[in-house]
Design a protein around this ligand. Sequence first.
Ligand SMILES: [Zn+2]
Length: 158
Amino acid sequence: MNTLYLSAFFMRQALAASRLALPHCLPNPPVGCVLVDHDTIVARGYTQPPGHFHAEAHALSQLATAHGLEAFVTLEPCSFHGRTPSCAQALIDNGIRRVNVAMIDPHPLNQGRGIDMMRRAGIDVRVGVEQAMVARFISQHLDIDPRYQSLKCCQEFS
Ligand SMILES: [Zn+2]
């Protein structure tokens, strides 16, 4: 299988995982994450209820080590430490090699900061994988929550 096909496949698996987050994740957006080791999914995570793991941390928590793995996340990992630690930092600290993101977090206080953090740490970050498909699902949950426009994903929202 070619790389583009595989990337789309894994992002769709992350999207499927994100659907499991509803309704308990609200008002946080439903995000999904899969961790991949040599073309095999080794962990699947999704947004837990407020105050608990975000999707990335949920997936990481299932493994003894995630060093060198590739991650597929439906929404840009959060860059701020709030009630839960920054997911971008968690991916860095766990030695993730490459991060595929479907969609930039539109929140004004993230909006690419999570991407920048990971790139500065040397992670190969790819943005836009299956973006249209993911946006159709997650955008409705970004839009219905008015607080999303004024609060940080990981501070007030976690
Ligand atoms: Zn997060």
